[in-house]
Design a protein around this ligand. Structure first.
Ligand code: LLP
Length: 385
């Protein structure tokens, strides 16, 4: 049992469901990550999409990270948390004119550009403001990250990025436009990667591309390899901090950076995933003919990952003192049969009123919550209020 990490006496009085964030773990995670890149020309942009809770953003800003945004709303959230414009990488296949304007007004570090029409629009909007916008071209490196089909992004049939065959023309176009400044190439091959082989393949692809462009007399100020480092959803208590060393070493050993060149990363899940849990109260324990259902007050509206990606979040009964265990299906109150957190989960004998924690919910949890069924959004609490 690992429930000592939760302040249960306090939690019993909070309205459920709520997200609980262990800020000490977040701090330790950030510390470990930074110690792995010390002395390297590496910059980590935190991917706001993973968790935009203002308190979390504040902690990450205090640690000195840069930031990766995918919408105007995320840029506003980042600025409100104190991130400076020149640390913002702005990605996304469908940036609106207003969002592009916002980015240019704040002199952001870089737009990660996904298509030629987008490049032209950024150039036009920058010209009307008398500015030059920094851009990187997002390249689709055609590498299979072997992750869930909804979160793999580097294969050629994806909507993301510019295909390799079209890259030369895109680079020429970017260099020819007067109001954009091409600073680099951007890549992202997928999310929740625990095997580093696809990253090694990515490094090899980038080396080839850099050789190719160098032979054309073109070098880049920055290379951005996106995010995707995975976390241990199976044993969160044993592995609360991801393998940053293995991840960064893969790039140190395989990617040939040019003199003065910076390497940028956009990590989301690896930074915030393990520090958050969704805490929910057991409403009813319902005995079926073959199954026992634990019906909780959190639903897919609060944590959609199980319904959307068939993801499994370890569930712990954090208030039970029972010695006996039993198998339960854990379901929420939403009128959808996909509103199910787990099948045959082993829990201590569970009763109405018990609190359950769904672990590893710090990334793509609270931020993906919705109000279906006119439900309230979940609250958040912190190890330091
Ligand atoms: N950079 C780009 C261009 C991305 O598309 C993503 C994630 C990231 C960085 C951050 O990836 P991370 O380090 O967090 O893996 N909702 C899904 C994950 C979607 C990821 C989308 N892109 C989930 O709950 O698993």
């Amino acid at each position: 049992m690992t429930n000592t990490i939760f302040p249960i006496d306090l939690m019993k009085h909070y309205e459920t469901p709520f997200y609980y964030y262990d800020l000490e773990l977040l701090k330790a995670t950030l510390h470990e990550m930074q110690s792995c890149i010390k002395g390297m020309p590496y910059k980590v942009h935190y991917a706001v999409k993973a968790n935009a809770n203002p308190r979390i953003l504040h902690e990450i800003k205090e640690a000195g990270l840069s930031i990766d945004c995918v919408s105007g709303g995320e840029i506003v959230a980042a600025l409100a948390a104190g991130f400076k414009g020149d640390t913002i990488a702005f990605a996304g296949v469908g940036k609106t004119d207003n969002e592009i304007s916002l980015g240019i007004n704040h002199d952001i570090f870089c737009f990660n550009v996904e298509s030629l029409p987008e490049l032209e629009v950024i150039n036009e909007i920058a010209a009307t403001k008398g500015k030059v916008a920094n851009v990187a071209l997002r390249v689709n490196p055609n590498i299979d990250a072997h992750t869930h089909k909804y979160i793999t992004t580097g294969l050629s049939e994806n909507k993301f990025g510019i295909n390799l065959e079209l890259l030369d023309a895109a680079v020429d176009k970017a260099l020819s436009l007067p109001d954009v400044n091409l600073i680099g190439l951007h890549f992202h091959i997928g999310s929740q990667l625990l095997d580093f082989t696809p990253y090694k393949m990515l490094c090899e692809r980038i080396n080839e591309l850099q050789d190719h462009f160098e032979s054309r007399g073109i070098t880049f100020k920055a290379i951005n390899v996106g995010g995707g480092l995975g976390i241990d959803y199976v044993n969160p208590a044993q592995n609360p901090i991801p393998d940053f060393k293995g991840y960064f070493d893969t790039f140190k050993q395989n990617l040939k950076l040019r003199p003065g060149q910076e390497l940028h990363f956009e990590l989301g899940r690896a930074i915030v995933g393990q520090c958050g849990s969704l805490i929910t109260r057991v409403l009813y324990v319902k005995k079926g003919t073959t199954r026992n259902f634990v019906i909780v007050d959190a639903g897919m509206t609060d944590l959609i990952r199980p319904a959307l990606y068939q993801a499994h979040h370890v569930a712990e009964n954090i208030t039970s003192t029972a010695n006996e265990t039993a198998q339960y299906d854990i379901v929420g109150p939403i009128c959808e049969s996909s509103d199910k957190f787990a099948s045959d989960e082993t829990l201590p004998e569970t009763h109405r009123g018990d609190l359950l924690a769904f672990r590893s919910a710090g990334a793509y949890g609270e931020v993906m919550a919705m109000r279906y069924n006119c439900r309230q959004l979940p609250q958040s609490h912190f190890s330091r209020e």
